[in-house]
Design a protein around this ligand. Structure first.
Ligand SMILES: Nc1ncnc2c1ncn2[C@@H]1O[C@H](COP(=O)(O)OP(=O)(O)O)[C@@H](O)[C@H]1O
Ligand SMILES: [Mg+2]
Length: 374
């Protein structure tokens, strides 16, 4: 029992490498989210943990026990799928009871567990219905109830909320976390949606092309992305990226792209010294661009980017503004504000102040972050 460890896990399907030397741990009681674009190997990773696929290389341990050769039903894993995988010919009650009955659990205990779980997920009035008589949200709660009745060593979720509409998804996230709170076992949750990952994960593991790019808290991935992929994938709208040249002008370190010149904080000089004269990619998060009079730092010529406002989108938090600049390449960028930007700014050129302390710099060849690379 306890933590689940994956070490140098590889899964090949003929010549296709679906999982490429992946290592991570899910600590006891931890809710780890595996996130990445479609096809990056998330489902395969889950299936390896459940024992539905055999690893080509590497080791999977539950606590101290190596489970590579343990059959799926002996691994004691509970899994919630995207399509819920509930039996269409069985009632809700029988679907929820199924896992306990197949493990020969006494009837009275099975009944009590089914009633507790279905009450918790608000489907106790639907026990005698068949799945086709249920809405998508209700089916999803049948799948969660079925995981709830089990005492598994590991809980796996494969995009369980992606078939729900946005309204239901928020409630469903709460339901998933309620299940986790109750069990407090290692849990691995897969999604392609970075905002869902940020909302749910104690830690988040970012995958691309079968490889693990970075693992950390949502905060760490957001503030200290190790490479361009993580930087761009985490956060919405995505980080703005500009092609810049790094220059040392006297004592001042400057990232410049055409007319746009950003003075970088002196603290960055030791790390960046070896890159002076090189072309780099400068990353600026949309919320690190400020309307000058509201900027929480002094504004001057050396931290201002001018852009023409193309679109203003009101959001619950303020507004998202899409702009084009003539000063830097590429030209289009996005800024988010905690206030509404009046529509009178449309088509006008405005100065925006860049919070230079929060910018990111990447080597365009290796795509590694120069500031948070280690
Ligand atoms: N049984 C299989 N045979 C061959 N290729 C597979 C098989 N299962 C998955 N793949 C391939 O492995 C890659 C990862 O798939 P998958 O784990 O389903 O990705 P994700 O869940 O992240 O979308 C994809 O390129 C997919 O086509
Ligand atoms: Mg998948």
């Amino acid at each position: 029992m306890g933590r689940v460890t994956v070490e140098n896990l590889v899964k090949r399907f003929r010549e296709k490498v679906a999982v490429d030397d992946v290592s991570f741990e899910v600590n006891d009681g931890e809710f780890l989210v595996l996130v990445g674009p479609s096809g990056c190997g998330k489902t395969t990773t889950l299936r390896l943990l459940a024992g539905l696929e055999a690893a080509t290389e590497g080791e999977i341990r539950f606590g101290e026990r190596v489970v590579n050769r343990v059959r799926p039903r002996d691994r004691n894993v509970a899994m919630v799928f995207q399509d819920y995988a509930i039996f269409p010919h069985m009632t809700v009650y029988d679907n929820v009871a199924y896992g306990l009955r197949s493990r020969r659990t006494p009837r009275a205990l099975t009944h009590r567990r089914v009633m507790e779980a279905t009450r918790k997920f608000r489907i106790e009035h639907l026990l005698w219905r068949k799945p086709r008589q249920l809405s998508g949200g209700e089916r999803q709660r049948v799948a969660l109830s079925r995981a709830m009745v089990r005492d598994a060593e590991l809980y796996l979720y494969d995009e369980p909320l992606s078939n729900l509409d946005a309204q239901l998804r928020h409630q469903a996230r709460e339901d998933v976390l309620a299940l986790h709170e109750e069990k407090r076992r290692p849990s691995l949750y897969v999604t392609h949606d970075q905002s869902e990952a940020m909302a749910l994960g104690d830690r988040i593991a970012v995958m691309r092309d079968g490889r693990l790019e970075q693992i950390g808290t949502g905060h760490e991935l957001y503030e200290r992305p190790r490479n361009l992929f993580v930087a761009f994938f985490i956060g919405t709208p995505s980080m703005n990226l500009f092609d810049v040249e790094l220059r040392l002008e006297g004592e001042r370190l400057v990232a410049s792209s055409g007319a746009f010149r950003l003075r970088l904080p002196d603290e960055m000089r030791p790390v960046l010294a070896g890159h002076v004269g090189k072309r780099l990619r400068l990353g600026i998060r949309p919320e690190d661009l400020h309307v000058p009079r509201m900027a929480p730092f002094p504004v001057n010529q050396e931290n201002t980017l001018r852009g023409v406002v193309n679109v203003i989108e009101p959001t619950s938090a303020g507004s998202t503004t899409y702009l084009s600049t003539l000063e830097a390449e590429p030209r289009d960028f996005v800024a988010t504000f905690k206030v509404r930007m009046p529509s009178t700014y449309l088509d006008k050129e405005v100065p925006l102040a860049v919070n230079a302390r929060n910018v990111h710099l990447f080597d365009p060849e290796t795509e590694l972050s120069l500031l948070h690379g280690a």
